[in-house]
Design a protein around this ligand. Sequence first.
Ligand code: C2E
Ligand code: MG
Ligand code: MG
Length: 741
Amino acid sequence: MAKKISFRSLLVLFAVGAVLLTGGVACYWQYIRHALEADVKTLIMANGTEAAADFDRAINADRHVLETIAITTQNDYPWKNSWELESFLLQQSQYNSFLALGLITMQGKVFLSQTQPLPEEFTQHILERTLQEGTYLSGQEPAPEGDEQIVIQAVTLHRANSTIGVLFAIMPDDRYEELLKLPVFGGEGFSFIIRRSDGAVMLEGRDISFANLYDVLHRSEFSSFKQARQLRQSIMDGAFAFAQYKFAKKRRFLYGLKLDVNDWYLLAELPTATVEMQARNFTSMSVGLFAFIFIIFSVFLAFILRLREYSNRQLFMTAFVDPLTGADNLNRMSQIFEEHLNALDRMASVVIFDITKFKVINDMYGYERGNQVLQRIAEILREEMLPNECFCRSAADNFVLLLSYQDRPQFHTRLNHLAAQIRRDCTAADACVMLDVAFGVYEVTEHIPFYIMMDRAYLALEKAKRSSRDKVQFYDEQDRRRILTERQVENSMEAALKNGEFCVYLQPKVDLKTGQMTEAEALVRWITPDKGIISPDAFIPVFEKNGFVLKLDMYILEQVVKLQDKWKKEGRTPVPVAVNFSRQHLNDSLYLTQMTRLVDRYQVPHELIEVELTESLILDNVELAQNAIRGLHQKGFSVVMDDFGSGYSSLNVLKGLQFDGIKLDKEFLNGFDDTKAAKQVIIGAVEMIKKLGVKVIAEGVETTAQVEFFRSIGCDLGQGYYFDKPLPVEEFEKRLLSLEK
Ligand code: C2E
Ligand code: MG
Ligand code: MG
């Protein structure tokens, strides 16, 4: 049987699956994070570089504009017409989207695009710084009035190689802010500009909460001090830098590069959370997919397992369960027998029981009722089983039990109790049929296979069925000897037939009126070289079981017709001879043809052959017997019922069967000499048969008194030791001779 996957192993399988999945997801997440981080690094570098280039380009463009305006204005030096100059500045300022445009002379005089004057320190500072460096670009700073943030860019004005003043533009700080935003990271990334010399923040793409990067580096936001120092060094050297740092509890990537303007340095920044979030999104999507596949797979697996379990159970049911009662069948019992026997320490008995008259229940009340009885019995047995005991239904109304055993008296009581319960529960209330059971018991004493134990219990059961007193019978030594003999018989039967060891003995049947032998019965004898003559009772039952009786009966018939043929050829009048036919013939459709052919081969008239069928055989299947008798009659053979009285034939049964004669069983003569009643029974039986108008034969007649009695009550023929024992052929022939004289 296929091994069953238990619920526990399924759970373990699941747990392992889940751990593997979790581990797999963790590794996957790490992998994705690293891959994304590498991507982001490249991206931030590219974007940072691009932002720096854009910024440089924008600053240069503005300076170029200022320089162009400067060329126009320096031509009008020494700027007599201030109104004209200021309207030009206004026009240019508006045109270039400056907040203001101004010109400062070397003497500190200021012309502005706006009417509102600027504080002197403010313009003075611009003048000084621009003259110092040639051009000037401020960082982000508050406007002189209002709280706006501004950026200032300025160029010098020249006339004939001498500096004549400074042209400056005030711009809103957001003029460059856009360039410092890094749009690729969904608004999460940005950049800012610092001064390399002191780390002061000059411009920022978005509000950052510190004013000096170097101050921040001094604090503990960097994962390592060494990394912070390296970053500062790279910035000071104007080299590229890449770092990770933590600010306001957020880890960030940082990429920096030098700008062309002033000593400025651009730093692009991105919170790692962005990457982590992307990785998480990606992973959770993958995990979702994995989980979905895993669930589908699990459901599928569970379904397959259930299906397998179901088909295993179905297989088990068909192979090992009796469909009617739900009890184990014999296959199952043989499988578990040894295990249970050992669990009982071999202190056990194998019991087979059989319901007597079960056939009658089926016949009278139908199969439905019969089935109910069997189901109820199985239920009772189930309730009666002690630990480690077991039972099965082996065939129709046969149950095999393995029961614990102490001693015979105890066991006897237990089985009788069981029988009583079955009788009480299963006997139909309205039935006149009393249900009873017979038990055959084998007490386990030897290490022999189960089927041999069962054989032995069966033998005991046969005994129990035969016994009218005790329906519980134990297998014993005698049974064993009988089996041995049976086996010997079986082993030698074929050879014996071939060697002619089976001989016909003939016993005369005498006309009670005349005292003359008119017929005979052929009775087989097995004459062995070593054991001498064996009587048929010792081997016919064995042959009936194994079917050899079919061959033997035909052989005996052949011997008989051979004799009759011989007598005819010798000029004698052949007497009719009766042959005994076993029950097996009735099941064999060919026997009549075979028999006819055999008799015809020796050209013996059919009326010289009589067939004896025993009463029990007829009662087993009346219809079959009826057909057999009809067939034999059609062929001209006569038929006699043998051993009448051993069964329970009623007049009705006898009437339906067209016998030519009925032979009273010799058991009728038991008690003949002692009781009147015995005689009365015989008188009744003979009267009944006489009513049918067939001949009556008395068997087993041994005394003169018996002969006289049978004659007086109108019996036709007598057969028995009083006249003759079954005789060997030569002796019988002598009788024939004396008959002819
Ligand atoms: P059966 O057919 O009823 O045969 C009569 C039996 O009674 C014979 O036993 C016979 O010897 C015995 N007998 C005859 N007269 C007396 C008597 O006065 N007193 C006593 N006590 N017994 C008497 P046998 O020959 O041992 O045969 C036993 C049974 O074996 C037969 O019973 C018959 O049923 C069966 N049998 C014998 N030969 C054959 C055979 O060739 N084929 C078959 N199928 N069965 C046979
Ligand atoms: Mg007979
Ligand atoms: Mg008889």
